[in-house]
Design a protein around this ligand. Structure first.
Ligand SMILES: O=C(O)CCC(=O)C(=O)O
Length: 285
């Protein structure tokens, strides 16, 4: 499997990532990485972490499974984090001198799931703050443009603090103690209704095959993935990377996934650069 990046990231791509906050990169991971992650995902579904839950279960029994920070128990994910070109892709796009792995998250929809991910930004939920962040979103099966994650280019540069959706409310099985957020008192700026008028917001998404990835800044508005055809599933692995200007921040509105407990156990505190074996610095070229 390819350890090195398959082709250079161009200056244009670096500028596009900075300007738009999102970029599609075709054919960056070979088929061995896709089968490694697919095996890891099967294990992950059998061995969910304590952050895992079903986000949606409809009357036909179709589901949307979510998990995050499962990598410490899944050796296939560890292999990907330490040995795949993902770190180089993220590091080069962010123009960072050093990068750390932040966490993994998976989004698995069974065939025909009509669940669409609510529109949101990621950074307001995270236990860190900074501009230099990069999520690598990888479908492990083909996905059509209308079912893939969609983005509002440039929205990572908006100054406003928007009221974000509480993902903790996606809990049909009533799992106790899930991470919740509540932006009451933080902001009263409503999150724009992007789904109602995607053209107005210049929404973009792409047809993708396994091996392709989307890299995006955690401040960008994104959502809308899902609404699958009856015979189509969607299995997505994401890895979240942090660059030079990112530091730990614990938020009054709550965090999702809330890392404050595990960070504190590692001896990390607000203002620290994430590190330790839970947020390993990865060398990249
Ligand atoms: O794939 C999805 O449905 C959601 C992905 C997402 O919101 C994320 O990775 O931040």
């Amino acid at each position: 499997m390819n350890k090195e990046i398959l082709r250079p990231i161009s200056q244009n791509e670096i500028e596009q990532f900075d300007h738009d906050g999102v970029i599609l990169l075709k054919e960056m991971f070979d088929s061995e990485w896709i089968s490694t992650l697919s095996q890891g995902l099967d294990k992950n579904i059998d061995l969910p972490s304590n952050r895992s839950r079903i986000w949606d279960r409809d009357e036909e029994g179709r589901t949307m499974f979510y998990d995050a920070q499962a990598w410490p128990k899944i050796k296939e994910y560890q292999n990907f984090i330490f040995n795949s070109p993902a770190a180089s892709i993220a590091g080069r796009l962010m123009k960072s001198s050093r990068i750390n792995f932040y966490f993994d998250a998976v989004f698995v929809r069974s065939p025909g799931s009509q669940f669409a991910t609510p529109w949101h930004q990621d950074e307001p939920y995270w236990s860190v703050e900074g501009y230099n962040t990069c999520t690598i979103w990888m479908p492990l099966v083909p996905v059509k443009r209308e079912n893939a994650l969609a983005f509002v280019p440039g929205s990572h540069r908006l100054d406003s603090t928007f009221y974000q959706f509480n993902f903790g409310s996606l809990n049909p099985d009533k799992i106790p103690d899930v991470d919740e957020t509540n932006f009451d008192g933080i902001t009263d700026i409503e999150f724009p209704d992007i789904a109602a008028d995607p053209e107005k917001y210049g929404v973009i998404s792409w047809d993708m095959n396994p091996g392709d990835c989307i890299a995006f800044n955690s401040r960008i508005m994104h959502g809308g993935s899902g609404k699958l055809d009856e015979d189509t599933e969607l299995r997505v692995f994401t890895s979240k990377w942090i660059g030079d200007d990112v530091y730990i921040k614990f938020r009054e509105c709550g965090m999702d996934p809330d890392h404050s407990e595990v960070m504190t156990k590692q001896g990390l505190k607000p203002g620290d650069r994430p590190g330790t074996e839970l947020y390993p610095e990865i060398q990249f070229s």
